[in-house]
Design a protein around this ligand. Structure first.
Ligand code: ADP
Ligand code: MG
Length: 797
């Protein structure tokens, strides 16, 4: 095989196509990489078949046929994304492609019959089963893709299961072991039943068979199987049997069947009649380990069947149980995985020579959660169902990875789901597994179908290594679950190496210990003690991990809340500051406005333009000057008058009429002038007085404005003080936050101390939950700060 390195999905497809081109095509038309290894072991890739269901009438009416599935040849199929599908949308965006090619061991188109499918898929596993090898067939696909049709079929078209049963009975022929006293035990062993137990087995079987009406038997009602011959009349032919009955030796065969379902990670027995009573709740069964790494369902009911008719009735009973349970719980039976298991015991005398197992598993619909409406419990259920399919996918890809790179020991998560736990033995070489992928061709479910195809592409690359040597011969145990000893040893193994079923179970199972001998008790106690110690260690580690996780989570939470608080404070501070500034500005503007308004009001009445005022003042000055000039003039006139008077007196003694007349005129003129000047002075004086009065009024207005301004300034001061107070309180908050920081640091230290201390002084006796609760509540009950302060105090003392 050439190695072309590609990435992602394309790489898978390329490898697949590449692989198929080199694989051997068997005469039957099936292909797989099959190699013979030294020692006769067989190695082959897991067979993955594809079955494409025909359209139903309704689907054709709904235009679901858009040519999404194109079968190129019997091994290659191409999927074409229809318009509107998520795949098409992604490809239009340039992510991925709208065409996907897949190859399979064989593809069965819609024209292929149930018989064709059986002939080409189950044949090799069927012959292995009859030769003592284990087989597993599981059907995978979305709901309504044809899984149940493939496994069980319909009365007219029986599926793989009735055909396997029929072929098995044909093979057994007249060599049926009718004793019913050799029954499968655990996963690979057998138990010898005493007559009482056989009686119980017979009555249990009879009660189930009696509860199924004859006419309802789907296989027999179809008229295709007769209850006595138990053979398919049409489809059956010898080629379905690879093993020749004539070569089977002298032994006899007993066939036991079980039918169970896994729903929501719980295993339910579908052959338990008790469930038929409406009041009883179904009991979930446990999946246990048989000590050799094989998982088995504890307390699962195994029924011995002697005809196909009986098997068919059991199948019908189980199906009825399954759908009744589904209806009761208001869910669809397509949400559970159902498994029908057959165990074929080859018996020689009273020894069980070998046991082979054939399981047919009808998996739950693989559609993903988002497609269905999932709430609460239903979401959990969907999670579990998808989880088991997810784990199955993980196991398959881990197996593939492990095989491609053997140096890398990858962990295969078989134990993470009940389904894979039970599949583990077959996947790990204790049998052959094959998968039938069922798809419909509907355009509306294209994306889910593509998902199914991708899953199968990985499954197809899983290589199965099947050792040639037949399975180890089973151990036959008695009623107590202890091996029945022959010649002191069992197949070379020491008796002590066997543990009964009770001993294999975990400590939570109750067993009557008082019945056991002392040595056994001591051994049990020892093993229990070791288990207990291991469990305690595991719990301790788990507790530490949980504590650490919780501590980290709490710290994270504290840090986050602290950060949030600081951010809130800063934001608050900022917004307060902004508010204050805004208010301050508002007041400032208001005061200015007010002052301006007042000034404007006053000025409206008293307004004197400055130029006028200055001109008036200048006039006043000029007048004042004139007045002083006139004063000086008056005084000089007075002096002149006095002189004149003295001259007059002297003239009276020597009178002269002309000078007397001239003096009189002059006096009169002067007097007139004086009067005019005095009047002018008076006018001016009055003007000065009125101007002074005006000045007084103006200064009064100015005083008022000043008072108003002072008042507003006082208001401003009050506001300023308020702002200072706010800033002060903000500083306090900041101081508190610093203190909180310090507390967090001390908490951290305390936590660190706790996590260091816990491994030394574990409180295992109080239980994990109590410790978790303590871990959660302790910071509230006693603040680490307080504790710290205490320690500091004691240190000081
Ligand atoms: P699933 O079990 O996957 O939910 P079913 O097996 O119940 O699907 O099939 C859904 C329907 O399709 C059934 O009515 C079934 O009879 C029918 N069907 C499925 N596969 C085929 C087929 N190959 N040929 C004819 N009818 C089929
Ligand atoms: Mg189904």
């Amino acid at each position: 095989m050439s190695t072309v390195k590609l990435t992602g999905e394309d790489s898978i497809n390329m490898q697949l196509v590449d692989m198929d081109m080199t694989c051997n095509v068997s005469p039957a038309g099936t292909s797989s990489q099959q190699t013979e290894l030294p020692g006769g072991a067989e190695q082959q890739t897991m067979r993955v078949y594809l079955r494409v269901r025909p359209f139903s009438k309704e689907e054709l009416c709904d235009q679901e046929d858009q040519g999404c599935v194109v079968i190129e040849n019997n091994q290659t199929v191409t999927l074409k994304a229809p318009k509107g599908s998520a795949t098409m949308k992604s490809s239009e965006k340039g992510v991925g492609t709208s065409l996907h090619k897949f190859s399979f061991s064989q593809i069965f188109g819609q024209e292929m019959t149930q018989s064709d499918l059986y002939e080409d898929t189950v044949k090799s596993q069927m012959s292995g089963f009859l030769d003592g090898k284990n087989a597993l067939i599981f059907s995978y696909g979305v709901t309504n893709a044809g899984k149940t049709y493939t496994i069980q079929g319909t009365p007219k078209e029986p599926g793989i299961l009735p055909r396997v049963l029929d072929a098995t009975f044909h093979y057994i022929g007249g060599r049926l072991y009718e004793g019913m006293d050799l029954k499968p035990y655990l996963r690979t062993d057998a138990q010898h039943l005493d007559p009482d137990q056989v009686k119980q087995e017979r009555s249990a079987k009879a009660s189930i068979l009696a509860s199924v009406k004859d006419e309802c038997d789907p296989i027999r009602a179809s008229g295709r199987l007769s209850s006595s011959s138990t053979r398919f009349s049409l489809s059956y032919n010898q080629t379905v049997l690879a093993s020749d009955p004539t070569k089977a030796g002298s032994g006899q065969f007993a066939l036991w069947v079980a039918f169970f379902e896994i729903y929501n990670e719980c295993v339910y027995d579908l052959l338990q009649p008790s469930f038929c009573s409406k009041s009883k709740k179904r009991a979930a069964l446990r999946v246990c380990d048989d000590g050799a790494g094989n998982a088995y369902v504890k307390d699962l009911r195994w029924i011995n069947i002697q005809t196909v008719g009986e098997a068919s009735k059991l199948l019908q009973f189980g199906n009825k149980n399954r759908s009744a349970a589904a209806t009761k719980m208001n869910q669809s039976s397509s949400r559970s995985h159902s498994t029908f298991t057959m165990k074929l015991l080859k018996i020689d005398g009273s020894t069980v020579e070998r046991i082979s197992e054939f399981s047919l598993c009808d998996l739950a619909g693989s559609e993903r959660c988002n497609k269905t409406k999932t709430f609460g419990e239903r979401l959990k259920e969907a999670g579990n169902i998808n989880n088991s399919l997810l784990i199955l996918g993980k196991c398959i890809s881990a197996l593939r990875n492990h095989q491609t790179d053997r140096m890398k020991s990858s962990y295969i998560p078989f134990r993470e789901s009940k389904l894979t736990k039970l599949f583990q033995a077959v996947f790990c070489g204790k049998g052959k597994a094959s998968m039938i992928v069922n798809i419909n061709q509907c355009a509306s479910t294209y994306d889910e179908t593509l998902h199914v195809m991708k899953f199968s592409a990985v499954a197809k690359q899983v290589v199965q290594l099947i050792p040639d040597k037949s399975l180890e011969s089973p151990c036959l145990v008695g009623r107590d679950g202890k091996p029945l000893v022959r010649n002191g040893a069992i197949a070379g193994r020491a008796l002590e190496s066997y543990l009964s079923e009770e001993e294999l179970l975990d400590e939570e199972d109750e067993a009557d210990m008082s019945l056991l001998p002392q040595d056994d008790l001591v051994n049990i106690i020892e093993s229990l003690r070791t288990k207990l110690l291991a469990e305690r260690r595991r719990n301790l580690v788990q507790e530490m991990e949980i504590r650490k996780e919780m501590g980290d989570a709490m710290l994270q939470q504290l840090m986050e809340s602290e950060e949030l608080r600081i951010r809130q404070i800063a934001e608050q501070k900022e917004s307060n500051q902004e508010k204050l500034e805004n208010t301050f500005e508002m007041y400032k503007d208001a005061i200015k406005e007010h002052a301006y308004q007042c000034a404007m009001n006053n000025l409206e009445d008293d307004y004197v333009p400055l130029d006028e005022f200055i001109a008036e003042q200048e006039k006043v000055e000029a007048l004042k000057r004139k007045v002083s000039e006139l004063d000086t003039l008056t005084s000089s006139v007075g002096r002149v008058l006095c002189a004149v008077l003295t001259v007059d007196q002297s003239c009276q003694t020597q009178p002269s009429e002309a000078t007397e007349a001239a003096g009189e005129d002059r006096c009169k003129r002067l007097n007139k002038e004086k009067c005019a000047i005095e009047k002018m002075c008076e006018d001016k004086q009055q003007l000065i007085l009125s101007l002074e009065k005006r000045l007084m009024e103006l200064s009064e207005t100015l005083q008022k404005i000043r008072d108003g301004f002072l008042e507003k300034s006082a208001d401003l001061e009050v506001l300023q003080r308020k702002w200072d107070d706010q800033t002060q309180s903000m500083d306090d908050i900041l101081r508190q936050s610093v203190e909180k920081d310090r507390e967090i640091a001390s908490l951290k230290a305390e936590l660190a101390k706790h996590s260091q201390k816990s491994p030394v002084q574990p409180k295992t006796k109080r239980g994990l939950l109590a410790n978790i609760r303590e871990a959660v509540t302790s910071p509230r009950n006693s603040s680490p700060g307080r504790k710290l302060r205490k320690t500091v105090k004691t240190a000081h003392n």
